[in-house]
Write a protein that binds this ligand. Sequence first.
Ligand SMILES: NC(=O)c1ccc[n+]([C@@H]2O[C@H](COP(=O)([O-])OP(=O)(O)OC[C@H]3O[C@@H](n4cnc5c(N)ncnc54)[C@H](OP(=O)(O)O)[C@@H]3O)[C@@H](O)[C@H]2O)c1
Length: 382
Amino acid sequence: MQYVKFGRHGLDVSRLGFGTMRLPTVKDGEKTVIDRPQAIGMIRRGIDGGITYVDTAYMYHDGESEIVTGLALRDGYREKVQLTTKMPPWYCNEEADMNRLLDEQLKKLDVAYLDNYLLHALNRDTFRKLQSFHYKDFLRQAIRDGRIRRAGFSFHDDYDAFMTILNDWDEWDLCQIQFNYLDDREQATADGLREAGKRGLAVVIMEPLRGGALANPPGNVKDMIAAYEKQRSAVEWAFAYVADHPEVSTILSGMSTPEQLEDNLRIFDALTAGGLTEEERAFCGELKQAYLSRMPVKCTGCAYCQPCPQDVHIPNIFRPYDQSKMFDSSGRFQWEYGELVKKGFDASKCVQCGSCESVCPQHISIIDWLQTIDREYRDMVK
Ligand SMILES: NC(=O)c1ccc[n+]([C@@H]2O[C@H](COP(=O)([O-])OP(=O)(O)OC[C@H]3O[C@@H](n4cnc5c(N)ncnc54)[C@H](OP(=O)(O)O)[C@@H]3O)[C@@H](O)[C@H]2O)c1
């Protein structure tokens, strides 16, 4: 295992961190009932294998993840790791809720303190709410009274929102952002990553495999990976890309099976500190383009076409449709389209007035695409 600096804190942390959002469950698709013996065994095996960072949250597995993580960290494992959990802003209705939630989480985890406490999944709106609840006073007090050691936030919004949060407090110790070779211009972006690093925050990465999607590439991407001179699996390329950024500290993976854990321990043992060559970096860019080339509509979600006079939710049809083609997986889109049909926001409502096409900055043939998608999916969602 490689160990890297944790921002300005002068600590060493394992390059691979254990994310506990996707622990093995007793029944497939039922996220509440974690397979406790297997999950505890995996977390402990990860720590024995060199992992020194464990990430959980109030919300994961409907509240069960913190309990199972706490159980896994008994018997001397707690002292071997940095433990992080996150406060759910959506359960904060008044200032006092922040203290109440932190105390409840310490109890669930059965620990005396947290190494890192994050405000969970901040976006513009939730951040504004926590500002009104004086989040800085709360976090400073929690550090003073020893319940937490460092304070940070995890993030899901755009670059401007990220910079607003970063600029609001110069005492942030860490942040957690979504980053992988497909998302280098999405969410906080590579620029946000660099800014946070420059300010000495430890930057923890989530979704390095895009939640697993990059581990199972579609045909054209698979072929490129197989044909490349240096042999790496799809998972190895995705991790190597993230680790190549000097501002990145620990990289979380939500491992769901013992095999994935062993594979990731092996990969992170072999990851070299030197990073990728220029040619390999360019190859990651080519992989990204290969994914993007699979998007048939290429809607950017700008929503200039909205509101549609017939209430057709055009970007909410095109964006997930593009994603389904990109990853060669239609199941989720089928469900999403079914929901739009139920609400009457689907493509069949289009009367071809063309008001959308006249304002689309991407010059998408919206009417044709709405008809194509409706033809492809209408029978499936009935
Ligand atoms: N704060 C937030 O808002 C937030 C949001 C997301 C995540 N997180 C945290 O960040 C952690 C990491 O994110 P993530 O779980 O999305 O990470 P990820 O590594 O992008 O995705 C994890 C998934 O990738 C697949 N996978 C992992 N290793 C593999 C391997 N060696 N071979 C094949 N497939 C593999 C598995 O999916 P399958 O088993 O389905 O194939 C696994 O469930 C989470 O666990 C959580 O702790 C936080």
